[in-house]
Write a protein that binds this ligand. Structure first.
Ligand code: ATR
Length: 262
């Protein structure tokens, strides 16, 4: 029987993970089957137990279960501990292991665009789980300064307070959305504004070279403003593929090249 993998979420129908993992498997010659699992909101733990009891090898976890997955794991990677969220599960020696590949997926996607991260200053808009998950991998990739801007300033300040000891090589700071200004190499939109169709307004006093939108397949006022300035932009499909490749490589020991799947 082929190796069994799955993604678990609620909802789950929209997930692109099965097609991505089947494409990686085809490219690397690995025999696997990757399915979607819809768990009821109170049924996450029972569902993953059943999957691994039936011999499943690895699971991806998506909304709204990443924090529950973090809480269930016996063994966590450093980046998962810092993210306080897990998107990749596997069993080893009878213990549930968890990692978070979202941040490395973003780093790999940005590097595939040939946008430099080493010694850079970046602005991240948003202070939710999506931002928390990417700070440590961005600093590992050489980012020296990260400013987190959020509609609710207190949330950005809390995130900076929580994470500053985890990334001593970098400077972290919080600002409110109204006070956006200054010069950055890269601006990342990690808010859910595009998903809900809301506009973000970037003032002219905010200067930057590149713009990355974590969402994909939705109109983005954030990217529209960067494009109007003639800047290079990307939406988040590369990050989605990048996190999937990183999970695949943890489970299968082979890392397909991101550029082959963009
Ligand atoms: P996720 O886990 O995807 O990060 P989240 O924790 O719900 O989701 O966080 C959503 C982020 O998008 C928050 O930073 C939120 O700002 P607040 O903390 O002020 O709520 C931000 N956000 C959502 N809609 C927004 C909008 N219309 N304008 C600006 N920021 C928005």
């Amino acid at each position: 029987m082929s190796k069994q993998f799955a993604v678990i979420g609620h909802p789950i129908e929209q997930s692109r993970s099965p097609e991505l993992h089947h494409a990686f498997a085809q490219k690397t010659g690995i025999d696997l089957h990757y399915s979607k699992r819809l768990a009821p909101l109170d049924g996450f733990e029972a569902n993953i137990k059943e999957f691994f009891a039936q011999g499943g090898i690895g699971m991806n976890v998506t909304v709204p279960f990443k924090e529950q997955a973090f809480a269930q794991c016996h063994v966590l990677t450093e980046r998962a501990k810092i993210a306080k969220a897990v998107n990749t599960l596997w069993m080893q020696d009878g213990q549930l292991h968890g990692d978070n590949t979202d941040g490395q997926g973003l780093v790999d996607a940005i590097q595939a665009l040939n946008w430099n991260l080493d010694n850079t200053a970046i602005l991240i808009i948003g202070a939710g789980g999506a931002t928390r998950g990417v700070i440590y991998p961005l600093v590992q990739a050489g980012v020296k300064k990260i400013v987190i801007a959020n509609r609710t300033l207190a949330r950005a300040e809390q995130l900076v307070a929580d994470l500053k000891d985890a990334v001593p090589q970098a400077t972290l700071a919080a600002v409110s959305l109204e006070d956006l200004s200054g010069e950055f190499d890269l601006v990342i939109n990690a808010t859910s504004a595009s998903l809900s169709g809301d506009a973000l307004v970037l003032p002219e006093t905010l200067q930057f070279k590149y713009a990355y939108e974590m969402a994909y397949g939705k109109p983005s006022s954030f990217l529209d403003q960067a494009k109007a300035r003639g800047l290079p932009t990307s939406e988040g499909y590369g990050m989605l593929v990048g996190q999937a490749i990183e999970s695949f490589s943890i489970w299968n020991g082979v890392k397909p090249a991101l550029k082959d799947f963009l």
